[in-house]
Design a protein around this ligand. Structure first.
Ligand code: ADP
Length: 464
């Protein structure tokens, strides 16, 4: 259930609860007040009628006269003997032979009761009459409840209708108000997601709405975080670029000096080769770092032109076959003629990195398969191996720079990398409007797939 719906339901239910409580209190208060009023009227009438009641020694009772005062047309009086016979009744009910509250004739103490005659409600005060400790009859004083019943039913209607209208209005209001607040949050989420996807920390979420409300505060806090992150990233990139740049010169000098020492003699050949190997490795690392720094700042120098991926792939394949030697079976399972708009050297670097990893991580006797084909308007290059696979917990991180899976970190194989190969591949593919995916199962193998947009004319060819 959405937050908006939850909040709306909460507000409406709360309001409904409060209105119900309020309604019950008002209803009871009005009912009790009206009933007390009518009971007082009955009580007063009884007080007026009582002195006029006469009883003879044999228990016969009667009413001398009915007082005119409170006895209005809506108050009825009946006097019943213990034998169940009507002894007297007020003129306004003289024609009604039955008791106005038959059940009330059996009372042994004064009781107010609700009764009904032909569906009309009556409030009746039943008072037992005694002579010498013996009950000789019952006096019934009744009045119509019509006023109370009408008031109660009208009040109930008003309360229910008002509550329903108020709850509907509250639900609509809550829905609109939360919608407005949440819409702005949704915008924040959208922009934040776009920023993450586009890796563009220079963007900011536009501020809208009242400056002091919580959402505006959230937007400001988020924008401040972005500014800080942007500064940090820029400083880090600059540092990376500067250091890589600065390291290049001494490495070139060392390499030159080693060459010179080799020519002049006097130094051990093995030590010189070892120094040369390390210098080459460092030079590659520095080159990779520089490229990454450029890629991450969006300044990767790309020489884009139509290139044939299949031709590049065959070149890399020849080169890599030498690297794989007899250790592995390296084969191309399918190769289409595929043209994309790209930088030849950089795309070659992607293939070298992916194939290099496949060869490096697959144990002897394993297989590495390459597949280049067209799918829709995309070229797909897949490199699959039967190597150890990549643990699930490492998969989300392998395109991060310097990330190496746990197993690879503990490997001591010579020539192992620094965890930059896949980051570089990712950035190159990304800058070619493509994407790179990995599918890996531990113990079974890994497949890296690179998707690049085909050149339009190449797409036509494939359809024809
Ligand atoms: P490295 O220089 O360590 O190879 P990469 O960026 O090329 O750096 O790869 C990152 C990590 O991804 C590697 O350390 C390794 O753990 C894992 N990896 C990459 N390719 C494969 C593969 N084909 N099989 C198994 N693990 C791989």
């Amino acid at each position: 259930m959405s937050l908006r719906l939850r909040l709306t339901l909460l507000y409406t239910t709360l309001l409904g609860g409060v209105l119900l409580l309020f309604g019950v209190v008002v209803y009871l208060l009005v009912s009790v007040t009206l009933e007390t009023q009518i009971d007082n009227l009955l009580e007063t009438t009884y007080q007026e009628v009582a002195p006029a009641i006469r009883a003879s020694a044999d228990g016969t009772i009667s009413i001398l006269t009915f007082p005119v005062g409170e006895l209005t047309s809506s108050v009825f009086v009946q006097l019943w003997g213990i034998d169940g016979e009507r002894k007297a009744s007020s003129p306004n009910i003289a024609g009604f032979p039955e008791s106005i509250d038959p059940a009330g004739l059996r009372v042994t103490m004064p009781v107010f009761r609700n009764a009904s005659i032909d569906g009309n409600g009556l409030r009746v005060l039943n008072v037992p009459l005694e002579l010498n400790g013996r009950q000789i009859g019952v006096l019934q004083v009744g009045a119509s409840r019509a006023l109370i019943d009408a008031a109660q039913s009208n009040l109930l209607t008003v309360l229910v209708v008002t509550a329903l209208v108020a709850m509907t209005l509250a639900a609509m209001g809550a829905w609109l108000a939360t919608g407005q607040a949440l819409n702005r949050l949704e915008t924040v989420t959208q922009v934040a997601t776009q920023i993450t996807h586009a890796d563009d920390l220079s963007r900011r979420i536009p501020e809208s709405g009242p400056a002091s409300d919580e959402v505006s505060q959230l937007i400001r806090a988020f924008n401040q975080t972005l500014s800080r992150l942007e500064k940090l990233f820029t400083a880090q990139r600059r540092f990376l670029a500067d250091v890589s740049h600065e390291l290049r010169t001494p490495l070139t000098v060392i390499k030159g000096e080693v060459g010179l020492m080799r020519k002049l003699g006097g130094a051990e050949d093995e030590s010189l080769s070892s120094i040369e190997n390390e210098v080459d490795r460092l030079t590659r690392l520095v080159g990779d770092l520089l490229l990454l720094a450029q890629a991450e700042s969006g300044k990767i120098p790309l020489d884009l032109r139509p290139v044939e991926l299949d031709t590049i792939l065959l070149e890399v394949f020849q080169q890599m076959r030498v690297l794989a030697g007899d250790r592995l079976q390296l084969r191309i399972t399918e190769i289409d003629q595929v043209q994309v708009n790209g930088d030849r050297d950089r795309l070659k670097q992607v293939m070298v990195n992916l194939l290099g990893n496949a060869i490096k991580y697959t144990p002897p006797g394993g297989q590495v398969a390459i597949n280049l084909c067209k799918t829709g308007d995309q070229a797909r290059l897949a490199v699959s191996d039967t190597g150890p696979g990549i643990p699930a917990q490492d998969l989300p991180h392998i395109f991060e720079r310097f990330y190496r899976a746990e197993k690879s970190r503990t490997r001591t194989r010579d020539g192992s990398g620094y965890g930059l190969g896949l980051s570089i591949a990712y950035w190159i593919v990304h800058h070619h409007a493509g994407r790179i995916e990995v599918d890996s199962k531990e113990g079974q193998g890994t497949t890296f797939s690179v998707y690049l947009p085909l050149l339009p004319e190449n797409q036509h060819q494939s359809i024809a």
